[in-house]
Design a protein around this ligand. Structure first.
Ligand code: M6R
Length: 628
């Protein structure tokens, strides 16, 4: 949440900062701002709302500075107003700071600083940081400490030692025009290495147009960027030796490539995501399992139960994962909202594998739930020790640092705030994991295993066919439903999580109220909501619960709801019941979620686009939720 970017080098900073912020806007877009150092002063320009407001303001201001920091905000402390926008300055307006995260002890610090005469101009937690740095700068001994190369670095280092919380910051100062100081403490920050120029950012897309040599900072590290190079220290002030690595990300991957929105492009990338996952997970010689997740042998030993923690769409993927693991591998599996689990964990059981699912690898609640699990099992006997696995699209993220084992999902970077291709990539990871566990525990017979893997190999072209046939159908339906106020999504069994996901997609990008229910639960209360104004989308595909869903759909029809069926092609029975059909190919029931979700993504997309909404950056949301 919140995006920060910084530049020091020989080019004009403003354009580089704005271009970087554009790539980070998915992290928050309540306000934006930049600060540069030029001719002995800090110049700070900020604007409420989206980045284009800041861009418009800057059109009339020419600052040729070659150092600067920028920020795009997702408001936590203080309303999304200009005075709360970052960068924040100290009283004398000589130091500028951008921050991503939360400073938990900001109230105490603010009171102390006020008593020392510091004047505050915002309601944010961040503003204490420039004031604190100013205070340390004022009080540092002169000449500079022999151990520190710079007063400025030393003052920032002293200041961050007083901050509590999870944060990443970038700081510049009028009196130190050749230094950009950055800090990471539980919030992501990467440094980019160019030729005589250096960058920092919350995420790599912001800098990939300039360099692919990057170094993600670790927690508790502080870096000093100058036109001559980058020095890295820990909070104790010890210099660390670290080398950048080359990023496997092309600038084209973060462009819309002719699609109207990133979300639509990402929906269309799903066949490729499934192909990449098949290639990565299912290409070994079958011994001992035809699946290769690159997990060590000991990972598989003595797993008696599994618990999964996740949020939002990742939580829905986890529900599908639970179904697959229980039905295929016979391992009892619980799925928890990470935000709930961290405050009310299950009793400690032995031989428990805990899986965290997060596409960003930065979701604060998921990370905290995993960290808590690790901590509460520390010092216990071997069978109670934490066994942690992460499933993420960003293996280099904080999650990657927290857990010993990772299954990388292969969606490529996802920009649209609504998760689409990363969901499908997570499903692929769960198919691979569940089948792998089943094969190793011999809970699946080899023919069935071969059938499922064969079925998975057909999925990319089935998704392509679905996209081709559904684009117009969903666009047409969107026209009819653009003004609808409530939707119900029904599914059962392995497609119940898809009903939840369909409802979430619609809610988050179209702002239409939608609920996902297990179809059999309708009669226990929610059916009271139904009338001609409330359409019902039901997922009715062949399998163990097909007839049950059809009956539940009939019950809704009897209450005058218009019925939209996600069915299979040539299903005559469904054609008679549903008012509208969104058919997908017939596949094994276990594989159906990966197809049934496609029309629901398209439906949500087209309804939101039809309503003229900002599909890629829906109100109040952010792509990575790095605060509690
Ligand atoms: O990065 P994560 O997978 O941990 O994110 C979890 C949720 O914040 C995320 O899935 C959110 O619900 C999406 N906006 C859904 O489209």
């Amino acid at each position: 949440m919140c995006g920060i970017v910084g530049y020091i080098g020989t080019q004009v900073a403003t354009e580089i900062l704005l271009a970087g912020l554009e790539k980070l806007e998915y992290r928050g877009y309540d306000s934006a701002g930049i600060a540069t150092v030029w001719e002995g002063d800090v110049n700070c320009v900020r604007a409420k709302g989206k980045l284009h407001n800041l861009r418009t303001k800057l059109e009339h201001i020419e600052i040729p500075a070659q150092i600067g920091i920028g920020h795009t905000r997702w408001a936590t402390h203080g309303k999304p107003e200009e005075h709360n926008a970052h960068p924040h300055l100290d009283t004398a307006m000589r130091i500028a700071v951008v921050q991503n995260g939360i400073i938990e002890n900001y109230r105490e610090l603010r009171e102390e600083l006020k008593q020392k005469g510091h004047q505050f101009r915002s309601e944010t937690d961040t503003e204490v940081i420039p004031h604190l740095i100013a205070e340390f700068l004022k009080n540092l001994p002169s000449p500079p400490l022999p151990t520190s190369p710079s007063f400025f670095l030393e003052a920032v280092r002293q200041a961050v030692k007083h901050l509590e919380g999870a944060f990443a910051i970038a700081v510049i100062a009028a009196d130190y025009p050749d230094e950009l100081i950055v800090v990471r403490q539980q919030a992501p920050l990467v440094i980019g290495f160019g030729q005589g120029e250096f960058f920092c950012a919350s995420d790599t897309p912001a800098i990939v147009a300039y360099t692919r040599a990057v170094l993600p900072l670790e927690n508790g590290e502080i870096a000093r960027l100058t036109p001559l190079g980058v020095e890295i220290y820990n909070f104790a002030g010890d210099r660390l030796k670290k080398q950048p690595r080359l990023l496997n990300l092309h600038p084209m991957m973060v462009e819309k490539q002719g699609f109207k929105h990133f979300m639509l492009k990402e929906i269309y990338e799903q066949p490729g995501v499934v192909r990449a996952s098949l290639e990565a997970y299912f290409n070994n010689d079958g011994n001992p399992s035809p699946i290769n997740l690159s997990l060590p042998k000991e990972f598989y030993a003595d797993i008696d139960q599994i618990q999964i923690v996740a949020c939002g769409t990742s939580w829905h993927a986890a529900l599908v994962g639970k179904y697959l693991i229980e039905q295929l591998a016979g391992i009892s599996t619980q799925v928890h909202y990470a935000s709930e689990y961290r405050y009310a964990p299950s009793p400690l059981l032995p031989n428990t594998l805990t899986i965290g699912v997060t596409q960003s690898g930065e979701t604060a609640d998921t990370l905290a739930a995993l960290a808590m699990e690790k901590e509460r099992r520390q010092g216990k006997e071997a069978k109670y020790q934490a066994r942690l696995l992460g499933i993420t699209n960003r293996p280099e993220s904080s999650l990657g640092h927290l857990v010993p084992h990772i299954i990388s999902t292969l969606a490529g970077i996802e920009i649209g705030v609504a998760a689409t291709k990363t969901f499908v990539a997570q499903l692929m990871a769960f198919y691979a994991l569940a089948l792998d566990l089943a094969a190793r525990r011999q809970t699946i017979n080899p023919d069935k295993l071969a059938d499922i893997i064969h079925g998975l190999r057909q999925i990319p072209k089935e998704i392509e066919a679905t996209l081709e046939s559904q684009e117009k159908l969903t666009e047409h339906l969107a026209h009819e439903f653009a003004e609808t106020q409530d939707f119900i999504f029904l599914g059962r069994g392995i497609n119940f999580p898809i009903a939840l996901e369909g409802a979430l997609k619609l809610k988050e990008i179209s702002y239409i109220h939608a609920e996902g229910y297990p179809a059999g639960e309708m009669k226990h209360g929610p059916i009271a909501l139904l009338d001609a104004k409330v359409p019902v989308v039901a997922i009715a595909v062949p399998g163990s619960v097909y007839e049950k869903v059809i009956s539940n759909a009939q019950e809704a029809k009897a209450r005058d709801s218009r019925l939209i069926g996600v069915t299979t092609v040539n299903d005559g029975e469904a054609a008679e019941i549903f008012n509208d059909l969104l058919p997908v190919a017939t596949v094994d029931e276990l594989l159906s979620p990966i197809l049934t979700v496609i029309p629901l993504q398209l439906l949500a997309y087209h309804i939101a686009a039809r309503r003229g909404l900002d599909v890629d950056q829906p109100r109040n949301l952010a792509k990575s939720v790095t605060v509690e």
